[in-house]
Structures are given as structure tokens and as C-alpha cells.
Design a protein around this ligand. Structure first.
Ligand SMILES: Nc1ncnc2c1ncn2[C@@H]1O[C@H](COP(=O)(O)OP(=O)(O)OP(=O)(O)O)[C@@H](O)[C@H]1O
Ligand SMILES: [Mg+2]
Length: 260
């Protein structure tokens, strides 16, 4: 062990024309750790993910991977380091079945022909080890629930054997049951000693699954928090930069009911 986290960002900045999207950002992600990346709309979360995923390299700043300085100049470079990113739109092919989606672009071949048997077996093994329940790996993903689709997309990212998995709002469009399914999967990623960066606007999900919370505000770090000991209200205050808002007022009244 190097004693260093898998991924370490120091002083990362990025500007789009007049907009300073990221200023002097630090972030550490260790193996077996779920780091929630939170912040208001426009705080810079997606921009930071793109930096790590090699989609939009930073203007300045240092990225270390397992203690070594690296540049992540392309998505392929990110992938070969061991960064897997699951974007919100998932990029699944609705008309293809689960096996075809899992192996899209990296199909297994045998003497020049697709090895459907091997791909199906590996698909089942992968979903089984992640305890993902899907009626059949041979049904089109269009017929899966939103939660199941999300778990397929996350599973697919694991085929490249990443060390860090970035999940961009994986529960945003999901109901209660499906959200629980996805959060369970995030815990299994941690059990497999992966580092997970979880972008979320939902503080309940963040509290449920994250170890640490990195707050971005207006393109800057606005604190790192222990998810277990920090309240939702404290997180909201860090996100908004205000200690006085509807959530904290409601908390102060102790009603737990929505403001009226
Ligand atoms: N390609 C771009 N060109 C110009 N400005 C950009 C570009 N991408 C992002 N920005 C700006 O950078 C800032 C950070 O945007 P970013 O998308 O990273 O925020 P975010 O935290 O992901 O927000 P959201 O929660 O809405 O997804 C915003 O002011 C945004 O308008
Ligand atoms: Mg975003």
C-alpha cells in the first residue's frame, strides 16, 4: 500500500470562457469508500466528473492515481487507469437484451464469431455476484424497470475492472423500491473494494450510502463531511451556503413537516 488514496485531486481549476466552473478543487477517493459529491445546480459536479473521466481535462491542478501524477487526456486514458463512469442518460440500447448491453463494444468472440454462450454465462455470473435480480438476461432492456436498467448500466461499467466508479445521479428518476435496489448495489461496489463517487441531490440517499460527503459550491470546495455524523440540515447549509433556509427553519421548529 502506498498510503495514498486511489484518486487524489489537488488544486483543480477549469474555466469555460467567462465562467470559472472549478476553482482550486481538492478531492480524495480511497478504495472501498463511497464519496458523495453534492452541490447545487451549476456548482461544478459534472465538470469535475468530466475532469476525472477524461472528457474535459482541467486547465490547472494535479491528479494523482495511486500516488503517481497522471494526466487524464481522454476517456480511453481514464478507462485504462481504472475509472468507469455511468452517466445519467445511461446510454443503454433499449432494443438489445441485457447480455448485448453488458458486452456492447467489447463482445467476446470465438474463432471470429460472437461467443453468445460465454457472454451469457459471464452476464449471469456478474449479475449474481452483485445480487442483481433480473427476470432474464435475454430480455430487451426496454422491458426492465428504471432501477433494473440502472443496475445493468452500473454492472456494465464493472466489466472493465475499474478501481473508481463514478455514478451521476443514479437514483434521480427512481421510486423508493428501485432507489433501494441501486443503493444496495452501491454498497456491494464498496464491499468489492471499489472507490465510488456518487453524485446526488438527495440527502437521504447520501446519508444512507456515503462514507464521506464532498460539497461543492460555486465551483469551490465547501467542506468535507463524515456522512454518519453530519445531519441533512448541515449538508444543505453547506450546499446553499446559508444557515437560514426552509430546511433549517423547519428543523428548528422540530415539526418535520413541510413549510406552509
Ligand atoms: N461546456 C460548457 N461551456 C460553458 N459553460 C459550462 C460548460 N459546462 C459547464 N459550464 C458551466 O460551468 C458551471 C458548472 O456546471 P456543471 O454542469 O459542472 O454543474 P453541476 O454541479 O453539474 O450542476 P447540475 O446539478 O445542474 O448538474 C455552470 O455555471 C455551467 O453553466
Ligand atoms: Mg451536472
Amino acid at each position: 500500500m502506498t498510503g495514498e488514496p486511489v484518486l487524489r485531486l489537488r488544486g483543480v481549476s477549469k474555466r469555460f470562457g467567462a465562467v470559472q466552473a472549478l476553482s482550486d478543487i481538492d478531492l480524495d477517493v480511497a478504495a472501498g469508500e463511497v464519496v458523495a459529491l453534492v452541490g447545487d445546480n451549476g456548482a461544478g459536479k459534472s465538470t469535475l466528473v468530466k475532469v476525472i473521466a477524461g472528457v474535459g481535462p482541467p486547465d490547472t491542478g494535479e491528479i494523482r492515481w495511486e500516488g503517481r501524477p497522471v494526466t487524464i487526456g481522454s476517456p480511453a486514458a481514464a478507462q485504462s487507469l481504472g475509472v468507469a463512469t455511468v452517466y445519467q442518460d445511461l446510454a443503454l440500447c433499449d432494443n438489445l437484451d441485457v447480455v448485448a448491453n453488458l458486452f456492447l463494444g467489447r463482445e467476446l468472440q470465438r474463432v471470429g464469431v460472437l461467443d453468445e454462450v460465454a457472454m451469457e454465462r459471464r452476464s449471469r455470473d456478474l449479475l449474481d455476484t452483485l445480487s442483481i435480480k433480473i427476470p432474464s438476461v435475454r430480455i430487451p432492456v426496454a422491458s426492465l424497470s428504471g432501477g433494473q436498467r440502472q443496475t445493468v448500466a452500473i454492472s456494465r461499467s464493472l466489466l472493465g475492472e475499474p478501481k473508481i466508479v463514478i455514478l451521476d445521479e443514479p437514483t434521480a428518476a427512481l421510486g423508493v423500491e428501485q432507489t433501494a435496489q441501486v443503493l444496495d448495489l452501491v454498497e456491494r461496489l464498496r464491499d468489492r473494494n471499489l472507490g465510488v463517487i456518487l453524485i446526488s441531490h438527495n440527502m437521504v440517499d447520501v446519508k444512507a450510502v456515503a462514507d464521506r460527503v464532498a460539497v461543492l459550491r460555486l465551483g469551490r470546495n465547501n467542506g468535507f463531511f463524515d456522512a454518519r455524523t453530519t445531519s441533512q440540515e448541515q449538508l444543505v447549509a453547506a450546499i446553499t451556503g446559508a444557515t437560514d433556509n426552509a430546511v433549517t427553519r423547519r428543523q428548528a421548529r422540530g415539526t418535520g413537516e413541510a413549510d406552509r
